[in-house]
Design a protein around this ligand. Structure first.
Ligand code: PLP
Length: 375
């Protein structure tokens, strides 16, 4: 045992580090071709141009610390979603919100419940807080709500639900979620992680389905926290800014657990500008819906089982070692996410791109499956 093994508690020593989708520059260095990143569910249209301009305008003021509460952004979010500012917390990405929830509510002996094959941050945050994560099996690549209920015991404090789920892209509709909330014990907090809210909402309207009533639950003072992010539809993943809604008292506690000055001057300025840039949001969700329809159709023609998606990515069973397929696609300039880490070694997740990227991606996948690789 080293002296640090003694110093660092076991639940930290055994933490796995987060392995993100491969960075663009690293992939390009590895294979020597220009790549398109379709691995991390980012916005293929880039950031809102208004957000870029706002960051330029904010640049001369970065010698000053940011507003610790991101007050202007918080007020704007509250107004936009018809909530009180006290029900809103802005964080350094929604991942930071997840960390705050875990650190605030969990400790050794307590547990959180979620599904297998969901967002990896739930496991990391829970373990870092010293708690245990119970992951229940899925049903047809979807959260199994009965199994989640059955896994809750007197030591459960949090249930994490990604809706739509990353990486499977599946969605629970508002009726399913409402029925679930009616049955969850009142001392358990349900986190509805809606990182892909705008994409799901658009697809649900197209498909005539009611997706989410999440903000109503918060207004009804239920034990619910709703998470959203600027990383996806607004294209600000590199800025690290997310937000959530919850009961006033809980939000007040969570605010105390946020690292001081987490939301940078750039992040707040960009988020404010992006939130009001409805044109960019609309273009993004329209591009996504068209890309989903096209790509699901292409994959079906290739005979690959695809789970219908409600987000900005598709979950594709390639029927062979996904990491090999990922490598072969990368050699052709397309980076996707093989899902071995989620326990799905024959599955890849592909982020919907521009029409050109989607076409190039399908070509690369066809060649990868046929083992014909250029270069
Ligand atoms: C379900 C889910 N929640 C949260 C996030 C994290 O978003 P952020 O960039 O705001 O930390 C992601 C990102 O991939 C996600 O898939």
């Amino acid at each position: 045992m080293s002296r640090f093994d003694v110093l660092v508690p076991e639940h930290i020593r055994t933490l796995a580090s987060y392995k993100p989708g491969k960075p663009l520059k690293q992939a390009e260095r590895e294979c020597g071709v220009v790549c398109s990143k379709m691995a991390s569910n980012e916005n293929p249209l880039g950031p809102s141009p208004r957000a870029v301009e706002a960051m330029r305008e904010a640049a001369p003021f970065v010698h000053l610390y940011p507003d610790n509460d991101a007050t202007e952004l918080r007020n704007l979010i509250a107004e936009r979603f018809d909530m009180k500012p006290e029900q809103v917390l802005v964080t350094g990405g929604s991942t930071q919100f997840i960390d705050i929830i875990a650190h605030s509510l969990l400790s050794p002996g307590l547990n959180a419940v979620t599904s297998e094959r969901s967002f990896l941050a739930y496991a990391m945050a829970t373990q870092a807080a010293g708690g245990t994560l119970r992951q229940v099996p899925m049903q047809a690549n979807t959260f199994n709500l009965d199994a989640l209920l059955a896994a809750i015991d007197q030591n459960t404090r949090v249930v994490f639900i990604a809706n739509p789920n990353n990486p499977t892209g599946t969605m629970l509709d508002s009726q399913q979620v409402t029925r679930f909330l009616d049955r969850v014990p009142s001392n358990v907090l349900v986190v509805l992680d809606e990182a892909y809210y705008e994409f799901a909402d658009y697809l649900a309207r197209q498909r005539g389905v009611e997706y989410s009533r999440s903000l109503e639950y918060v207004r009804e003072e239920r034990n619910v926290v709703v998470l959203r992010t600027f990383s996806k539809v607004q294209g600000l993943a590199g800025c690290r800014v997310g937000y959530g809604f919850g009961p006033t008292e809980l939000i007040e506690y969570f605010a105390r657990g946020r690292t001081a000055f987490s939301i940078s001057v750039f992040a707040e300025a960009a988020a404010i500008a992006a939130l009001v840039d409805e044109e960019h949001t609309q273009k993004t969700v329209e591009n996504n819906a068209a890309g989903v329809a096209w790509m699901e159709n292409q994959l079906a023609e290739m005979g690959l089982p695809v789970t219908p998606t409600w987000a900005n990515f598709v979950y594709v069973d390639v029927g062979e070692d996904a990491s090999v397929i990922g490598q072969r696609m990368q050699q052709q300039g397309i980076i996707v996410r093989p899902l071995g880490m989620w326990g799905a070694p024959q599955t890849i997740r592909i982020t919907i791109g521009t029409p050109e990227q989607n076409a190039k991606c399908m070509e690369a996948l066809k060649k990868a499956l046929a083992r014909v690789v250029t270069s």
